[in-house]
Design a protein around this ligand. Structure first.
Ligand SMILES: Cc1cc2nc3c(=O)[nH]c(=O)nc-3n(C[C@H](O)[C@H](O)[C@H](O)COP(=O)(O)OP(=O)(O)OC[C@H]3O[C@@H](n4cnc5c(N)ncnc54)[C@H](O)[C@@H]3O)c2cc1C
Length: 472
């Protein structure tokens, strides 16, 4: 069951790196889990990569480019130690990794670096095309892929029940491959949702093959589109916490474009997009039954590596449902996260703290809906309600409760994507109040009538721009 069109989630919006390396870094995995487990994680990355390559070959999915080297590089002497440490941790995990003092000559990359590590054996592909092809392969022979079918409730049991907007289905096992568990799960307290930004640009220089990652926090990455298009680059980074952080989403795009401009001679920007990922507390994903459930399975907390970790999760979960045990099952176990209090208590405590902080910080004081300009959205107080308001370009107004329907955090306006995003667990809503992604199962409550009981839409037309008050 797919809420929207197939492959319009994060996987379809990824940048198609099939990396043996992990965003959370093997140094962190070693220190959190030990050397033996870090080595198993590395083997898991290779297994997932091989599975993707096999599927591309069997289903004749074009665009897979294997044998791509990944590079993690330091741009300053202060960053060198991080590269050296990662080199050591990767070597210990069994990777055939090299340290490069003179990378510029070897890789032909058009910018300087102090030190780099080179990790052969990565790959790149078109993840959207891949997901589409998998769905086509699955559909039929007793299997069905239902698009535009939103799940609004999942109940553990024998059998489990999956409620959609249209019908209730029963199944012995249910896998929520929904990026984050649907509804309330204790795992949501162990993850922080982040937005990551990407631009595709045509540049003057020709880029060699490779997946290039710097060591900034947040880091940037670059790869060329494919071997036929060495002048088209996909560059990403400027990540921020969803609904939080110092910068607005527009400022993140601006940061990323400045970074691109510093390193490449840009001729044309071809596309830009942003997507969300979930950073787990200890650097590895949570895979297994949803804590508290016996037959509802989840796979989440992939950081920026869900193409490989998602594939690995599918192998772990199907092995378990069929009665086996994958060697990575205990390392990625969804039950390794043990909150000190009960799930409910942890959630409600973190919610109330976040709620107050966010209310103070992000709601505009004493605003009026009439002041919203076309294309503008805001979270504002209207008659005692926190309202998520947006004015369409044609003047129509939307006013919804700014309370996230997941756990009542206050949502925040995303000025670049024109969405309302929840900083607590990553639920995101469109300007018309509908759930776009995240754990929330219900749309935002419509407050238009309550906010403007006697006013006609014409009366709500915005004033001329020059009378717009300064925002607090
Ligand atoms: C900008 C960006 C670039 C990235 N690039 C890479 C990369 O190069 N390599 C890599 O390994 N990882 C990358 N990642 C991470 C990776 O894309 C994700 O971790 C991965 O795609 C998550 O896969 P998923 O199947 O769990 O979630 P999704 O791909 O988001 O799929 C979940 C699906 O569930 C559906 N769904 C949700 N709720 C419901 C519901 N109630 N009812 C029915 N359906 C529902 C959604 O519509 C969606 O289609 C990137 C992440 C970002 C943000």
């Amino acid at each position: 069951m797919e809420h929207r069109a197939w492959s319009h989630g994060c996987a379809g919006n990824s940048t198609g790196h099939i990396s043996l390396h992990l965003d959370s870094h093997y140094t962190k995995i070693e220190s959190n889990f030990g050397r033996d487990k870090a080595a198993l994680v590395y083997r898991g990355q290779m297994e997932a990569r091989a599975e993707i390559e096999r599927n591309c070959a069997e289903l004749e999915i074009a665009g897979f480019e294997g044998n791509i080297d990944a590079y993690i590089y330091a741009e300053s002497s202060q960053e060198q130690q991080a590269v050296r440490d990662e080199y050591v941790a990767l070597s210990r995990a069994g990777a055939d990794v090299q340290l490069m003092e003179h990378w510029r000559d070897i890789a032909g990359v058009p910018f300087d670096t102090e030190l780099a590590l080179k990790l052969p054996g990565s790959a790149q592909f078109d993840s959207h095309r891949y997901c589409q092809a998998l769905a086509r392969a699955v559909h039929g022979d007793g299997c069905a892929v239902h698009e535009r079918t939103r799940v609004v409730g999942v109940k553990d049991g024998v059998p489990c029940e999956v409620q959609t907007e249209f019908a209730t289905m029963r199944a012995p096992s249910v896998i929520c491959a929904t990026h984050t568990p649907l509804g309330v799960s204790v795992l949501q307290t162990a993850m922080i949702p982040h937005l990551s930004f990407v631009v595709a640009v045509r540049v003057a220089q020709s880029m060699p093959a490779g997946l290039f990652y710097d060591t900034h926090e947040p880091y940037h990455f670059t790869r060329r589109l494919d071997s036929a298009n060495p002048h088209i680059l996909i560059v990403g980074g400027a990540d921020k916490k969803t609904g939080g952080g110092e910068r607005t989403e527009s400022e993140c795009y601006a940061d990323l474009r400045r970074y691109v401009g510093r390193h490449y001679t840009v001729q044309e920007e071809l596309a830009h997009w942003c997507a969300q990922y979930y950073r787990s507390a200890d650097g590895l994903p949570y895979v297994g039954t949803d804590p508290g459930s016996s037959h509802v399975w989840v796979a989440t907390g992939f950081n920026g590596d869900g193409l490989t970790l998602g594939v690995m999760s599918s192998i772990i979960i199907t092995t378990a449902i069929l009665g086996g045990t994958h060697p990575l099952a205990s390392i990625y176990s969804s039950h390794r996260f043990k909150p000190i209090a009960s799930a409910k208590q942890v959630l409600s405590e973190s919610m109330s703290v976040a709620k107050h902080l966010l209310l103070d910080r992000f709601t505009t004081k004493a605003s009026s809906l009439e002041l919203l300009q076309p294309g503008e959205g805001r979270v504002m107080k209207v008659g005692g309600n926190n309202v998520a308001a947006y004015r369409e370009l044609d003047g129509r107004l939307h006013a919804h409760s700014a309370e996230c329907t997941h756990l009542k955090c206050t949502i925040k306006w995303n000025d670049a994507e024109k969405t309302f995003d929840c900083p607590c667990h990553g639920s995101r809503f469109g300007v018309s109040g509908s759930v776009l992604e995240g754990p929330a199962l219900q749309d935002l409550e419509d407050l238009l009538k309550e906010c403007c009981p006697r006013k006609t839409p014409a009366a709500l037309a915005p004033p001329p721009r020059d009378s717009h008050p300064a925002q607090s």
